[in-house]
Design a protein around this ligand. Structure first.
Ligand SMILES: *Cc1c(COP(=O)(O)O)cnc(C)c1O
Length: 422
């Protein structure tokens, strides 16, 4: 499609957008009395209006039923979390039994490392991308120290090539081959938080498995964003948060995927608690742990229902819309944003550079050549919420659920004024 940098063209794209009515389903913050142009759905998704109802239900059940709410609420709390598995499995390309919702992301990665990082004298190395998200780096380093290993030698980082802003799949595969039978685990952010790159998860998983390593993915930026087929790709495990593209609220519950081949096994190491034991016998308070036959075996505590409720509200929307149409719009709106950026860059004599490769999801990261933080502040004052990363990068994620093509056009105009101002 031949794009145009005009208001009329953008409005026309909106008129044809099958998802346009969903914009009204979200609360937008306001600046100068007008809804903002929101580019940070990759950091904290906007609040769906229907979420309030899900929270209120739990609050009402709590006030009217108190402890009886565990069994007598319309959505009883004792198995409330089970409602999320089926719709979430569709989002990540899994079987329902392979998915569970619990805890928070870094906590879940630690817990999954108990099962999937079991170093031996020979096989103990972990492969990840260089400059992984800091929490993931701290997680890996502390796991290694916990096992008495030295992170300096046990962590193998795949680097970008000099002068390039992205990782090459062939470099990841070569590194996996090089480490070979010393490789215990591959754990990478499937969609990179900084440059927005989508890794070739299928190929990398296959390569990791072929040298005998476990392969896991941190999908904080992948879930609700790109097409995932965790089951078909033969991924061992994955975890993600729900507050980025999945719009479930600050710090909210995390999801995990555990390949079905590890389910209903008694010999897999795992940290356990009463919510992971068979539901039929959970309240018999017996001393023996009998795992749930699905990913819920990794559950530990009784579910934090007030944080799971917004996730359920969000999943209802994903269920209605489906990943296919979200991805269709995402591809188009990101392409339109890229086009607008290129236009503005031309009109302002090359004042920035796009560092996101073509293998991308919802995010475009822009490296500013001239002014940095002051431009970010200017955008914010003028109703555009972007995200600033050192040294000079602005990240833009036009979430397809609620961003409009007109937002992209208006952003371009504000950006141009911001660059041209003195
Ligand atoms: C957002 C993000 C996190 C956040 O972890 P929490 O435990 O939810 O605070 C972790 N890893 C990656 C790759 C992220 O993008």
């Amino acid at each position: 499609m031949q794009f145009e940098n005009t208001l009329a063209f953008a409005q026309n794209l909106d008129a044809e957008d099958p998802l346009r009515k969903y914009r009204d389903e979200f609360h937008f913050p306001k600046v100068n009395g007008k809804p903002v142009i929101y580019f940070t759905g990759n950091s904290l998704g906007l609040q769906p209006k229907r979420t309030q109802k899900y929270i209120d239900e739990v609050m009402t059940d709590w006030s009217e039923l108190a402890v009886e709410g565990h069994f007598r609420a319309d959505k009883p709390w004792w198995d409330y979390h089970e409602r999320l598995a089926a719709p979430l499995a569709k989002v990540v390309g899994a079987k329902t039994e392979e998915v569970s919702v619990m805890n928070t992301l870094t906590v879940n990665l630690h817990l999954l490392m108990v099962s999937f990082y079991r170093p031996t004298a020979k096989r103990f190395k972990i492969l990840c991308e260089e400059k992984a998200f800091p929490s993931d780096q701290y997680m890996l380093q502390s796991q290694l120290r916990f096992h008495g290993l030295n992170p300096e030698t046990a962590i193998v980082e795949v680097k970008k090539r000099d002068g390039e802003h992205f990782w090459r799949t062939e470099d990841v595969l070569a590194k996996i081959g090089e480490v070979g039978d010393e490789l215990a685990l591959v754990l990478i952010g499937g969609v990179n938080y900084y440059n927005g790159q989508v890794f070739d998860m299928e190929k990398i998983t296959k390569a990791g498995k072929s040298v005998g390593a476990f392969v896991g993915w941190d999908l904080a930026h992948g879930v609700g964003n790109v097409a995932l087929k965790l089951h078909d790709w033969n991924v061992d495990f994955a975890a993600w948060c729900s507050y980025k593209y999945m719009n479930s609220g600050p710090g909210n519950a995390s999801g995990v995927f555990i390949n079905e081949k590890y389910l209903d096994k008694k010999d897999i190491p795992r940290f356990e608690g009463w919510w992971g034991t068979k539901k039929e016998i959970r309240f018999l308070m017996k001393p023996e742990f009998e795992p749930m036959p699905n990913a819920d075996a990794w559950q530990i505590s009784n579910a934090p229902v007030l944080s799971v409720a917004p996730y359920l509200a969000s999943l209802e929307m994903f269920e209605e819309v489906g990943m296919k149409s979200l991805i269709e719009k995402r591809i188009k709106i990101v392409a339109y944003l890229e086009f607008i950026l290129q236009e503005i860059d031309r009109q302002t004599d090359g004042s920035f550079e796009i560092i996101t490769p073509k293998d991308r999801g919802c995010q475009i990261s822009v490296f500013l050549h001239g002014q940095g933080k002051s431009l970010f502040d200017y955008l914010l004052k003028n109703g555009v919420i972007t995200d600033w990363r050192e040294p000079n990068v602005i990240r833009l994620a036009p979430a397809p659920f609620y961003c409009s093509y007109e937002d992209m056009y208006r952003f371009g105009q504000i950006l141009k004024q911001g660059i041209s101002r003195k």
